[in-house]
Write a protein that binds this ligand. Structure first.
Ligand SMILES: *[C@@H]1O[C@H](CO)[C@@H](O)[C@H](O)[C@H]1NC(C)=O
Length: 77
């Protein structure tokens, strides 16, 4: 955090954070819409619900690891 490259690192961190938060918001909206709309319980929307859930899961596992890698690598430069 207190290194010379911390501004670039925090810029990348904020970019990742913004993208992942937008993704979480969009996927949460999709999931809640499909789950709460009783007229949306058709096979196509079940497929879309699975797509949103798997996207949510992959974002929640890869983005924190990317952020940690970014912080660790910027300390070594
Ligand atoms: C939400 O669903 C719409 C339509 O099914 C899709 O176009 C959009 O990409 C989805 N949002 C996310 C964040 O996946």
């Amino acid at each position: 955090m207190s290194h010379t490259s911390s501004s670039c690192s925090s810029c990348t961190f904020c970019l990742f954070l913004g993208i992942s938060l937008a993704n979480l918001l969009g996927n949460g909206l999709n999931i809640s819409t499909i789950a709460c709309g009783h007229h949306l319980h058709t096979p196509m929307f079940f497929f879309l619900l699975n797509l949103a859930l798997s996207d949510l899961g992959s974002i929640c596992t890869t983005v924190p690891k990317d952020c940690v890698n970014e912080e660790l690598c910027s300390q070594w430069l």
